[in-house]
Design a protein. Structure first.
Length: 275
């Protein structure tokens, strides 16, 4: 009888915690609900109102754990353990993230194509070669420019000016049948942030190597002293994508370079910012 009473007590305590989770602190017993940011940028706020202070700006694909709902607002925790509120209209499952990105890509217009800096033609070769580093000079101050960052990129890359954020202009574009997406923040000749996002999962080895080579080129355009080759980059991207929260990066005196695995998009995002 004593054993039966012991298990009965545990059952009712657990049931009470589930019913009173929000008051008793037993929310660890409730199943976790995970969503992802579907829009390009989403504000994480202190309180469930658009007038509340912004805690962090979340990018598309960021994973969020819901632990409170106040329709239409959701109280969430990021993978970095930051807590705040987001509007429920701008989060969803992995399929919603992919659909939102494809919708943005479909809106691109060739009328806003950026011209490439001229590079020397490459002689045909019998074996695949890395894209040669273009002879493009970034501004002497160390600032990054759009022209400098897209030097050597495929000619089908189309950049479109999108809605500014906090008064800062933004440009968005893609190549490689949408497997490679670029975004730039700030004035064209003095960028605040440059990003490239490449698909790394469920693609052919040839596509992965092409995407890795473009990542290598993108970083070299910003940090010429970075000497990693394409095979190293491809292996590094594979390693990051094998982790639940894959991150990495390095710093220079004037720039930070960060890698992050975006799970719902099966992609790696590389962000380069002023240090």
């Amino acid at each position: 009888m004593a054993r039966l009473k012991f298990w009965a007590d545990r059952f009712f305590v657990g049931l009470f915690c589930v019913l009173m989770a929000s008051l008793s602190g037993c929310d660890f017993l409730l199943p976790k609900e995970t969503v992802y940011v579907t829009v390009a940028i989403l504000n994480l706020r202190e309180k469930p109102t658009t007038k509340s202070q912004v805690v962090e700006r979340l990018q598309r694909g960021r994973e969020l754990e819901i632990f409170e709902k106040a329709n239409p607002w959701l109280r969430v925790r990021t993978d970095g353990k930051t807590e705040g509120w987001v509007h429920g209209n701008y989060v969803g499952d992995a399929a919603a993230v992919r659909a939102a990105l494809q919708k943005d890509l479909a809106r691109r217009s060739s009328s806003t194509r950026k011209k490439r800096p001229v590079t020397q033609p490459v002689q045909p070769a019998t074996e695949p070669q890395e894209t040669p580093a273009p002879q493009v000079t970034q501004p002497a101050t160390g600032a990054l420019s759009i022209d400098g960052m897209i030097a050597g990129m495929p000619e089908d890359l189309i950049l479109e000016e999108v809605d500014p954020l906090e008064g800062q202009p933004r440009h968005f574009g893609a190549t490689g049948s949408g497997q490679v997406v670029l975004e730039f923040w700030g004035p064209e000749a003095d960028l605040l942030r440059s990003e490239i996002m490449v698909t790394v999962l469920d693609i052919s080895d040839a596509d992965l190597n092409r995407n890795a080579d473009l990542v290598r080129l993108f970083i070299r355009n910003a940090v010429p002293q970075w000497q990693r080759d394409t095979p190293w980059v491809a292996n590094f991207l594979r390693e990051l994508s094998s982790q639940d929260v894959g991150t990495g990066g390095f710093d220079t005196r004037s720039k930070t370079v960060r890698f992050r695995f975006i799970k719902p998009l099966s992609a790696i995002r590389v962000t380069i910012e002023k240090a």
